[in-house]
Design a protein around this ligand. Structure first.
Ligand SMILES: Cc1ncc(COP(=O)(O)O)c(C=O)c1O
Length: 409
């Protein structure tokens, strides 16, 4: 048999399968409570309305909906998206400032493809979204992590880093942020920090990627402006997705940016997939027009708020003496930091799986994995409230057992 690897391009050496993903794969089909994933609860999928829309779209607009379509996205869908995005508080000048992507993951991939040369500096929050790190690594970015606290990215430390780089004649090309209800930590950046970040972008001449899947699920009143809305000179690329507000299986995302940037993304996308699948765009357009997305959001917000509360209560009951955590005002996740910093949560995962619970070890979310060794990300959007409580109880039991074992040895 031919060994495919023999023919692989050199760049493939950088494509590393995540060990954690491999480990979690083994748990599929087993009786394990998973607090690991980032899936929406399927209860929020509006199957009746979507089935009706899909049928109508195919029968009545099949000539267009089943056809090839423009790389930028179906124009009428982009017009609906423009209005939806505006109504959510994000500044969009016009329809041509939008490109539709195959999930927001493709948007991140295209951004990497268009802007990152090997060695270019990309600054990220630490911790940050794992799959964004993977994209930037595939493009050989020089990654720098800036810590977060309860108010989001430590923009003061970003400034220190920029001064330090500047002294060496270096500047970042991109600062990537998930400023609202962040994945993995759940924190939201304050408005002062948002303004400061954009001021620094002007001063040090870099682009800002605002990755925003979760601002639609805020459980508490929080006053802030989107980076894109605060952006005076078109430095911000706003990225969002239908994955959490409607259904990830549609694979629809979008970018709002200055036309000069959209044109570059369009150029790169032509070679990747010609265009995002046409049919889901027509379905999503109708779903926006008929208020299905708003309905789904209303349902999802209530459901996720209850689950977030269940998670916070369980943590308080089971882990107050073992860890600290961030209380998210929105999104799908919280991050737990163990008091005992000698525990490596990657090693602990095997024991947690034996006790029937899974989480994502914190290491994966850090540029420097050692910094995240004693942390873990917990998801509350997918498991039931009962599973959340039982899952946290099992994690607490696993941590306690590890501490006893460490003392004994
Ligand atoms: C911060 C962030 N960005 C991007 C994505 C990618 O989502 P999708 O490709 O489904 O739009 C996710 C998914 O969980 C995410 O959490």
């Amino acid at each position: 048999m031919v060994d495919g690897k023999r023919f692989a391009a050199k760049r493939l050496q950088k494509f590393k399968a995540s060990e954690i993903r491999e480990l979690l794969k083994l748990t599929e089909g087993k009786d394990i409570i998973s607090l690991a994933g980032g899936l929406p609860d399927p209860q929020i999928f509006d199957v009746e309305d979507l089935a009706e829309i899909a049928r109508e779209v195919i029968l009545e607009k099949g000539d267009k909906a089943l056809q090839y379509s423009p790389t930028l996205g179906v124009t009428t869908f982009r017009e609906e998206l423009r209005e939806f995005t505006r109504s959510h508080g994000i500044k969009v000048k016009d329809t041509d400032d939008i490109i539709v992507t195959t999930g927001s993951q493709e948007a991140l991939y295209l951004i990497g493809r268009v802007f990152i040369d090997p060695g270019d500096i990309v600054i990220v929050e630490e911790p940050t979204y794992l799959a964004a790190l993977n994209v930037f690594r595939q493009y050989d970015a020089n990654l720098i992590g800036i810590p977060i606290d309860h108010d989001g990215m430590r923009v003061d430390l970003l400034e220190e880093k920029l001064v330090e780089l500047d002294a060496k004649g270096l500047r970042p090309k991109i600062v990537y942020s998930v400023p609202t209800a962040q994945n993995p930590s759940g924190v939201t950046m304050t408005n002062d920090r948002r303004k400061k970040l954009l001021k620094l972008a002007e001063e040090y001449d870099f682009l800002v990627v605002e990755d925003d899947p979760y601002s639609f699920f805020l459980f508490e009143e929080e006053k802030f402006d989107y980076l894109k809305t605060l952006d005076p000179n078109g430095r911000v690329l706003y990225v969002s997705t239908f994955s959490k507000i409607m259904a990830p299986g549609l694979r629809l995302g979008w970018v709002v940016a200055d036309k000069s940037i959209i044109a570059l993304l369009e150029l790169a996308k032509q070679a990747v997939d010609l265009h995002t699948a046409t049919l889901p765009q027509y379905i999503a357009e109708e779903a926006l027009k008929r208020g299905v997305v708003r309905k789904t959001l209303g349902k999802a917000k209530k459901l996720y708020a209850k689950k977030r509360n269940a998670m916070l209560e369980a943590l308080k009951d089971e882990m107050s003496d073992l860890a600290t955590w961030i209380e998210p005002i929105g999104g799908f996740f919280t991050m737990v930091f163990l008091n005992d910093r000698s525990i490596d949560t990657s090693e602990l995962l095997l024991k947690a799986l034996e006790r029937g619970v899974a989480y994502v070890p914190g290491k994966s979310f850090f540029v420097n994995p050692d910094k995240g060794k004693h942390s873990m990300r917990l998801n509350f959007s997918y498991p039931s409230e009962e599973q959340i409580r039982e899952g946290v109880r099992r994690i607490a039991a696993t941590v306690r057992a590890a501490m006893v074992e460490a003392r004994a040895s």
